[in-house]
Design a protein around this ligand. Structure first.
Ligand SMILES: [Zn+2]
Length: 115
C-alpha cells in the first residue's frame, strides 16, 4: 500500500466515523493483537548492519547507529545512513497495547469489514 492509497482509505473511514475516531493497528491474524499508533517514521526499507545483517540498530547520542546483534556492535555513521538511504518507506509505528484487552478482533481481516 502506498501513501495515496492509505490516505484514500483513511478519508473513507473519516466519512463514516468522523475525524475524532481512534486509529488502531491490528497485527498477526493467527493470534490477533492490537496496538495504538505511536506515529509515522520515514526510514530506509533495509537499514541493516553491514557486518552481521542484523536489523536492530540503536541510535547513539551523536546520531550514529550501533548494531545490537549478538557479538557485533558495529557502528554506522549518521552521514552514511542518509547517503545510502535511497529506498525510504513510510513506517506506521506501533504504540502500546490496549488497556482493556491486548487482543484485536479477528474480523479485522474479514473482507466484509475492509474499506
Ligand atoms: Zn551487526
Amino acid at each position: 500500500m502506498n501513501i495515496d492509497e492509505m490516505i484514500e482509505k483513511l478519508e473513507e473511514a473519516k466519512k463514516s466515523l468522523g475525524g475524532e475516531a481512534e486509529v488502531m493497528l491490528a497485527t498477526q491474524p493467527a493470534w490477533p493483537m492490537r496496538y495504538s499508533i505511536q506515529g509515522v517514521a520515514l526510514l530506509g526499507k533495509n537499514v541493516i548492519c553491514p557486518d552481521c545483517e542484523g536489523y536492530y540498530m540503536e541510535k547513539l547520542a551523536n546520531g550514529d547507529l550501533r548494531c545490537c546483534g549478538p557479538h557485533c556492535g558495529s557502528v554506522i555513521g549518521a552521514d552514511d545512513i542518509e547517503k545510502n538511504d535511497d529506498n525510504k518507506v513510510c513506517w506506521i509505528v506501533e504504540g502500546s497495547q490496549g488497556r482493556d484487552t491486548p487482543y484485536a478482533p479477528q474480523l479485522c481481516w474479514d473482507s466484509d469489514n475492509a474499506l
